[in-house]
Design a protein around this ligand. Sequence first.
Ligand code: MG
Length: 281
Amino acid sequence: MDKWPIGVFTSIDAGLGVHMDVAQELGIRTVQVHAPHAGTRNQAAADAFLKRTGDAGITVTCVFGGFEGESYADIATTARTVGLVPAATRSARAAEMKEISDFTRLIGCDVVGMHIGFVPERGSPDYKGLLATTQDLLDHVAGNGQRMHLETGQETADHLLEFIGDVGRKNLFINFDPANMILYGTGNPIEALKKVGHLVKSCHCKDAKWAPEGQRGTGWGQEVPLGEGDVGMETYLRTLKEVGYDGPLTIEREIAHDRERQKADIGHAVKLLTDLKAKVL
Ligand code: MG
């Protein structure tokens, strides 16, 4: 595969991604895909999916897990409901993530991704529980010959590094999303990328504007079309180059309620990234 193939975040039947046919229409050759619903993670579904991507000449680079009951309504709700952090659903979700890893193997992909949630403070009982669950999950993922990539944004770069170090597994890496750092108010994305770059194995190309001063970290920033936010796409790509990143540039535009605009914005993002790649690479 060429360096920095352009990709898009898609979904089969769940999540915020675009439908696969949009990727095909836009001539995009790599996708990350939101895992299908429980009940459709079987060989027949995998075969149908592989036929579809094969016909379209599309390679799946990562399968993202997501769970019933997660809500990104506001930052407090996200902290309460997302990933493996909430203790009440932790073991059930870890079991489901193992099933997603097994499905991912059926479609011949060696990467799963997820939002693990707002990682609690180091040393707290919740932190220890999360560590044990994550280690067990990663061992299962390794058994499928896979890596797991954690999405950034819900914690600072330093805390994420601390957590990954404490987990202590060789198949745990990062899916870097610069816009999330802004949306959640967890730090300057370029500085964060410099810190965690050695662990970044996949990334999202997404843009956002900071929440007003005084509301960062409690109120959402605003997700906007690529190139119109505060990330600085050229600087982002230059920094990806600097840290030695050579994986896909996966466009993410989380406005599933407006499919027409989502498609148009992704079309513009492809053009922007194509131009910037020619300039930066
Ligand atoms: Mg993302």
